[in-house]
Write a protein that binds this ligand. Structure first.
Ligand code: NAP
Length: 344
């Protein structure tokens, strides 16, 4: 038997390679983490930030040492920059990404690209018509650990992959944006996008065959609330299966695995963030790739991928092609339909 070894991550040096001038659209939680990660670990330059209000843009620019602050998103996309990072809420991604694309700017758009397939298709068509780069910011896929996962899958080390599973649960019921249906909140859009992405990456072509979820009312938000938690079963005609689940009600294990006939790969929790990869063979041998669990300080890897793609003239990233984004959004829609709540 040949020696079993795990591949090393195939990732760029964060401080070398092409450097883009970034414009940040929105000044919320993820915008700040993204800017800090790029400024701490890369040679990318944040040159502009835009907000609905000038005061917020100026405060964010002062806090992060950004040279230009813009009091509207229209003004921001007109600013001189190589790429716009759209960091507003789910329901705003469509309008804000369209604004940037129509101004001739390539875009990195926070996940989910949009909550609906129809809107996502419109953005994809616009980006393609304009010949501009567009990518959904699924940062997990640009992390070194996912480079290891891809290489393991490509190598056939696991044998025939028959099953995948991903769970993500974080108690976020008190987080207003995340649980407000009026802002597209809920376990499907906010974190379900990661588990559906995982199933689709590992076993592309699966369809959702069963899904159960329910809305969860939150004090202070009128109505039945957004989806609190859901479970879904995915399958294909070859009987390959995936189980995915997400919860905003509890801190669930948040681990994932890919099961093959020769070995099973485990992504230790949280599976969508930096961390170890373990491969356990049927005969008991175990291989391990260790990566520190540095969480959102590692958001910069996706920015390096954007810089590489744009500098090479690509309009999509092979790590997150737009077709894969559409496929993930389609799984989310299938699950909503089967839950009997297509508008959730
Ligand atoms: N990759 C990840 O790990 C990760 C983590 C968290 C969130 N996200 C994604 O990032 C996006 C933003 O999430 P977040 O947690 O950063 O949200 P947030 O803190 O609420 O920030 C959203 C920003 O959107 C802007 N905005 C525009 N119109 C708005 C409106 N009508 N109401 C409220 N804000 C509005 C605001 O910026 P201005 O006031 O400056 O205009 C606000 O600061 C979401 O789509 C989420 O899925 C990704």
């Amino acid at each position: 038997m040949s020696e079993r070894i795990l591949p090393l991550p195939d990732v760029p040096d964060p401080r070398s390679g092409p450097s883009l001038r970034w414009a940040i659209l929105g000044t919320g939680w993820i915008a700040a983490r993204f800017v800090e990660a790029l400024q701490t670990s890369t040679n990318q330059r944040i040159v502009a930030v835009g907000s609905r209000t000038r005061a917020r843009a100026e405060a964010f620019a002062a806090e992060h040492g950004i040279e230009s602050a813009h009091g509207s998103y229209e003004e921001l996309v007109a600013a001189d920059a190589d790429v716009v990072y759209v960091a507003t809420g789910h329901l705003d991604h469509f309008g804000h990404a369209r604004l940037a694309l129509e101004a001739g700017r390539p875009v990195l758009i926070e996940k989910p690209l949009t909550p609906t397939v129809a809107e996502a298709r419109e953005l994809v068509e616009l980006a393609r018509a304009k010949g501009l780069f567009a990518m959904e910011a699924v940062w997990s896929l640009a992390l070194p650990r996912y480079s290891v996962v891809r290489q393991v899958l490509d190598s056939g080390m696991l044998g025939e992959v028959v099953e995948a599973s991903a769970n993500l649960g974080e108690r976020l019921v008190d987080h207003h944006r995340a649980m407000d249906p009026a802002q597209g909140g809920g376990a499907m859009n906010d974190i379900g996008t990661y588990v559906m992405m995982f199933a689709n990456e590992v076993l592309p072509g699966l369809r959702v065959t069963a899904a159960h979820g329910m809305r969860h009312a939150v004090p202070g938000i009128a109505g039945p609330g957004a989806i609190g938690q859901f479970h879904a079963l995915l399958a294909d005609e070859r009987d390959r299966l995936a189980t995915v689940s997400a919860s905003m009600l509890a801190d669930t294990p948040t681990a994932a695995y890919i099961a093959g006939t020769e070995a099973t790969l485990e992504l230790e929790a949280p599976f969508y963030q930096p961390g170890p990869v373990v491969v356990r063979f049927h005969d008991g041998e175990e291989l391990r790739y260790d990566e520190p669990a540095l969480a959102h300080t590692q958001l910069f890897w996706e920015a390096l991928e954007v810089a590489r793609c744009i500098s090479e003239g690509l309009t999509e990233s092979p790590l997150r092609p737009l077709a894969q984004t559409l496929a993930t959004l389609s799984l989310m829609e299938q699950a909503r339909e089967l839950m009997g709540d297509p508008a959730a």
